[in-house]
Design a protein around this ligand. Structure first.
Ligand code: AHM
Ligand code: MG
Length: 340
């Protein structure tokens, strides 16, 4: 059994001593965890606290904002701007880059986050999460513009998510493997419960929103059809299918028991570039998955190598067990070669 006596902050301090990581990063990761605890607490009371439902407003992506999207965003801003180590923040829920108010010191880090992912699940009391990605700029910038933060995922120095499910968990990588922490409500601290998470190379479970099948590209159709064909099909085995419509829950399941998660580009979302956002959904999840021994791709390139063009850019996402992602990439290559 894992030694669960270590708290998250002890883990961060231990990592800092062992690996000589930057003190400012520890401070920031602590602030992020505090934000996640506060969001977890807000979610717990649901309808009792009158926090469910939608607002009149839309975010920059044209999506109707839930009350909790905005509350969770404010919690992230409040908890993290105080840290004194941030140059700026970028959020799914904010049109513009967030400058750190002048009353706080500034640092070299940039926090990119989706404060409440899977928010269509809020009103039906199904798992949601927060996703974060952290970049370190070469120096403290004088002014902030998106240009300074348009950096590829390979430059992330940390990433993770909080899953607000039956228990609240925080899963983190700082580039030294992936560790999971469970919120201990008795002491209000995350405690290490899932040490050094690794993904099985093979899988027999896939996740995709199958209602979009008619719009998928042929390589995605081929992959899914072969999974569905089961033991008598080309794969020679049965596959299981799951779709929570909450990327955090999906990625968490894959980290713990393998599988693949796909949100491909299709005819309907092609103009937007896909559904999921590169900065605060695809990149941090790709970093976690790779650190756990899996792979993350658009089907045609490694997600973390994409040179970002804009902060709210969307990309196709395929991530999970290494051999399955390699197969899907091969199907894309074969299809592209055939059609060119
Ligand atoms: P959100 O950030 O607006 O909540 O959107 C992202 C979510 C992911 O968590 C999930 O994988 C996907 O959207 C679900 O999409 P769909 O509604 O097409 O099933
Ligand atoms: Mg999201």
């Amino acid at each position: 059994m894992t030694d669960t006596s270590m708290t998250y902050i002890q883990f961060l301090l231990d990592e800092r001593r062992r690996l000589d990581t930057d003190r400012d990063l520890t401070t920031l990761l602590h602030s992020v965890a505090t934000a996640c605890k506060a969001i977890s607490n807000t979610l717990k009371n649901g309808a009792l606290a009158d926090v469910l439902g939608s607002l009149e407003s839309e975010n920059v992506q044209g999506e109707t904002q839930k009350k909790l999207d905005v509350i969770a965003n404010d919690i992230f801003l409040q908890r993290c701007e105080f840290s004194g180590v941030l140059a700026a923040m970028v959020s799914e829920e904010m049109d513009h880059i967030y400058d750190i108010p002048s009353r706080f010191p500034k640092g070299r880090y940039v926090l990119l986050f989706d404060p409440l992912d899977g928010s269509s699940n809020i009103d039906v009391n199904v798992s949601v999460g927060s996703i974060f990605s952290i970049l370190r700029l070469p120096e403290v910038p004088d002014t902030n513009s998106y240009d300074a933060v348009l950096r590829p995922g390979v430059e992330q120095v940390a990433a993770g998510y909080a899953l607000y499910g039956p228990s609240t968990m925080l899963v983190l990588t700082t580039g030294n493997g992936v560790n999971g922490f469970t919120l201990d409500g008795n002491i209000g601290e995350f405690r290490l419960t899932h040490h050094n998470i690794t993904i099985p190379e093979d899988a027999a479970e896939f996740s995709i929103n199958a209602s979009r099948a008619q719009w998928w590209e042929p390589p995605v159709q081929r992959y899914v059809e072969e999974c569905v064909a089961g033991a008598n099909g080309p794969r020679g085995k049965y596959f299981n299918m799951r779709w929570v419509a909450s990327m955090v829950a999906e990625v968490h399941r894959i980290l713990l028991r393998g599988g693949v998660f796909l949100y491909p580009i299709d005819e309907k979302n092609r103009d937007a570039g896909g559904k999921l956002r590169l900065f605060y959904e695809a990149n941090p999840m790709a970093y976690l998955i790779e650190q756990a021994g899996g792979a993350a791709s658009t089907g045609r390139e490694r997600i973390m190598e994409i040179a970002p063009q804009s902060p709210h850019q969307r990309v196709p996402v395929a991530l999970g067990s290494r051999h399955e992602i390699a197969r899907l990439e091969r199907y894309h290559q074969e299809y592209d070669a055939q059609s060119s």
